[in-house]
Design a protein around this ligand. Structure first.
Ligand SMILES: O=C(CO)[C@H](O)[C@H](O)COP(=O)(O)O
Ligand SMILES: [Mg+2]
Ligand SMILES: [Mg+2]
Length: 246
């Protein structure tokens, strides 16, 4: 992709190139939302050393954000919808499931189900999580290529990798790293299955401050992208797409 010709910023072009090369980037959502920075890397490119890097240097939850159309085709609902459905026969669950207003930073979470690939053993070692993550990327790609994939043939739940279902409208609908990372994958033209893992501060236990995450990026030569930049690039990308015939 010759991003320059399309008017993308230098930083977005660097982020897109890094993702196309299967490299890690740092992705900040928004002040006033979570104000968190996530390690972010294409699921198809993840190696065990990347899982080790995320659990040591980021420290948050290692999740895989999935394209909305692929999630639909694979039958991956939001966890909250599963719980609401289940509570028809178990009213205790209805008091647990997230409700509007529960999250101070968004109207809802993006969690779908937690899975292990069926060829993993316990599911948590770096090699196991890498296999699950790579295979999630593979099934998203194959599903979007038109293959009829039976998700349960390859994965079991509960498991140790949380999947996140991106909103259909991507960043027009929701501004979490779930949608931001999938939007970047679309712009980069890579498989829209993206691993995200929050950066936590070892001193405070809180989310790492944005300035410290930026410093980490400088120290480790990682591109640092903010949600607002992704939204801007998405509008440019949309305008470059062939208009859908009605
Ligand atoms: O909560 C999360 C999953 O562990 C992380 O914040 C991750 O960034 C994805 O969630 P969101 O799209 O809400 O930002
Ligand atoms: Mg979160
Ligand atoms: Mg987040």
């Amino acid at each position: 992709m010759d991003a320059g010709a399309n008017g993308y910023s230098e930083n977005i072009r660097r982020a897109v190139t890094a993702l196309q090369n299967g490299e890690m980037i740092l992705l900040f959502d928004l002040e006033g939302r979570e104000a968190e920075t996530d390690f972010t890397i294409p699921a198809t490119a993840v190696k065990p050393s990347d899982v080790r890097w995320m659990r040591n240097d980021a420290g948050g939850l290692i999740c895989v954000a999935l394209d909305p159309d692929a999630s639909e085709k694979l039958g991956l609902p939001l966890m909250a919808d599963i719980i609401r459905e289940a509570n028809r026969s178990n009213s205790a669950l209805s008091r647990i499931v997230e409700k509007s207003g529960d999250l101070k930073y968004d109207s809802r979470s993006s969690f779908s189900i937690w899975v292990n690939h069926r060829d993993t053993r316990t599911g948590i070692p770096d090699n196991d999580r890498t296999l699950t993550i790579n295979k999630l990327g593979e099934v998203v790609k194959n599903t979007l290529d038109g293959e009829n994939i039976h998700f349960g043939n390859e994965f079991r739940t509960p498991g140790h990798v949380a999947t996140l279902r991106a909103a259909k409208g991507l960043v027009h609908e929701r501004m979490g790293q779930t949608e931001l990372s999938i939007t970047l994958a679309k712009i980069a033209g890579i498989t829209p299955a993206m691993v995200v893992c929050e950066m936590l501060d070892d001193e405070t236990g809180n989310a790492l401050e944005k300035k410290d995450a930026e410093q980490y990026g400088n120290d480790h030569n990682l591109v640092f992208v903010e949600g607002e930049e992704v939204v801007e690039a998405y509008e440019i990308w949309l305008s470059s797409q062939p208009q859908k015939k009605n």
